[in-house]
Design a protein around this ligand. Structure first.
Ligand code: SAH
Length: 453
């Protein structure tokens, strides 16, 4: 029997939190998910949805607040879908992430002894993003650009976003002014008509260079010269302006075609001492400060002496490969996206690194092939997407038996599953270090040190 009824009001204690940061309440052992409350709080809720196995409640009132509760700094926090933990102090948000990782490692990985360190946070957890993608729309006749609201495509505009770099907000303001002044049409998702879809900015935190990309449903923009003049006169940091053509009726933000209207169509930035070219479509970690923290951990856990052959699997544009190359004999980077491998090769050249080789293909195909041909790694780094590593790959690693594996993960659940797998087959999981790459979101990245028994 379901013990709650829709539209009724109940009191409950928050006994846990979901990975997305929702509070979990229980009424007669029945699970209720509620946006807003923090673990251990006592709250009053109204049931808004009832399913067979769980219900959803709306937070009405906090009867007993958690000591970690704070007033959100952002004025649009309750509407905007960008952040989900601003009702917690930064320390409470970091603790939430550590707890989430620990819980997964224990429950899914069955690794009860493994040390999970406290999440490494940022000294200043604001304005950390080097890339913004503002959807553009119209509201009450005015141009708006910002984040999508929670679970919708309504746009929440706000002059200053706490997680974006202030220069991104400045670009947005100038472009909005330009669109208003010249009455440029705005793309309408429902009809597929109208020109301007997204304003994207990318910047090099270490070089100060800024790139502006306007995503348009067409091949040119009226008054292009005026747009370039407005942007570059007000912001000398802008090194490149690009029109990205996306005429498809899709949720995917960027199209494949770029038209350079100012500069060279790319900017550069550094991670540590390594230099990278960034173009509109290329992947680059969005929090450069924490990326360096993460990569240093990878290097530490890899324990390289200069003699090792290293595999960097799921290598993206090869940033980890380059980071490791100095301390290794040879590094092989494997990645499935062809353009990323092209960028990786270019990045190696740009940094005069010649002991790294990049291979395009699925790690679970390439690595078994290489192993059959006798190429073995002493140390393997994996950094898979959310679904984790393919079992064929893990099996091959078990046979290959490298001395060490460093697992970088953006999903604690699949991480825990894969660690459990390796722990049952001759590897010892030594320590897990969560790193806060995306402050105020519920995401957490982990680096794990794994040695062969
Ligand atoms: N290590 C990189 C990026 C990791 S993101 C960095 O630190 O920047 C995960 C990467 O895995 C993505 O680039 C994605 O394209 C790639 N990928 C996804 N499935 C893959 C597979 N089966 N084999 C190899 N690479 C894959």
């Amino acid at each position: 029997m379901v013990p709650v009824k829709k539209n009724e009001v109940y009191k409950t204690e928050i006994v846990g939190m979901t990975h997305q940061g929702q509070g979990v309440g229980r009424i007669e052992n029945f699970t209720i998910f509620i946006d807003g409350p923090i673990k251990q709080e006592e709250v009053e809720i109204k049931i808004i949805k009832v399913n067979k196995n769980y219900a959803v409640g709306k937070l009405l009132n906090i009867i007993k607040a958690s000591p970690g509760r704070v007033e959100p700094l952002c004025e649009v926090y309750n509407k905007c879908g960008g952040c989900s933990l601003q009702h917690m102090s930064y320390q409470a948000a970091l603790n939430f992430k550590t707890d989430m990782v620990t819980e997964n490692i224990r429950r899914i990985g069955k690794l009860n002894e493994v040390v999970v360190h406290d999440t490494i946070g940022m000294e200043n957890p604001f304005n950390y993003r080097n890339k913004a993608q503002y959807p553009v729309g119209k509201s009450k006749g005015e141009v708006v650009a910002g984040f999508y609201a929670k679970k919708s495509h309504d746009i929440v505009d706000c002059a200053e976003c706490l997680i974006q770099h202030s220069l991104s907000d400045k670009v947005k303001l100038i472009v909005k002014g330009f669109l208003e002044k010249h009455k440029i049409t705005i793309y309408d998702e429902a009809t597929g008509k109208g020109l301007v879809r997204h304003i994207m900015t990318r910047m090099g935190f270490n070089t100060g260079e800024v790139m502006v990309v306007l995503v348009i449903n067409g091949k040119n923009i009226p008054h292009q010269d005026k747009l370039v003049k407005m942007l570059t006169q007000e912001m000398p940091q802008i090194k490149s302006i690009v029109l990205n053509v996306n005429t498809a009726k899709t949720n995917i933000i960027l199209g494949n075609k770029n038209i350079i209207v100012f500069g060279e169509g790319r900017i550069t930035d550094y991670i540590g001492k390594f230099k990278f070219n960034i173009s509109p479509l290329s992947f680059f970690q969005v929090n450069p400060v924490q990326t360096e923290v993460l990569y240093k951990k990878v290097l530490e856990y890899a324990g390289l002496t200069g003699e090792e052959t290293v595999f960097d699997l799921y290598c993206g544009i090869g940033t980890i490969s380059l980071f490791l190359s100095e301390s290794a004999k040879r590094v092989y980077g494997v990645e499935v996206v062809e353009e990323a491998i092209r960028d990786a090769k270019e990045n190696a050249k740009l940094n005069d690194i010649d002991n790294v080789e990049f291979i395009v293909g699925e790690a679970e195909r390439i690595i078994p092939d290489m192993y059959k041909k006798g190429v073995k790694a002493d140390v393997v780094v994996v950094d898979p997407p959310r679904k984790g590593c393919d079992e064929v790959l893990l099996d091959t690693l078990v046979s290959m038996a490298p001395d060490r594996i460093v697992y970088v993960s953006c999903n604690p659940a699949t991480l825990a599953r894969d660690l459990g797998f390796l722990a049952e087959r001759g590897f010892e999981v030594l320590e897990v270090q969560p790193v806060d790459m995306f402050p105020w979101s519920s995401h957490v990245e982990c680096v794990v040190k794994i040695y062969r028994n």
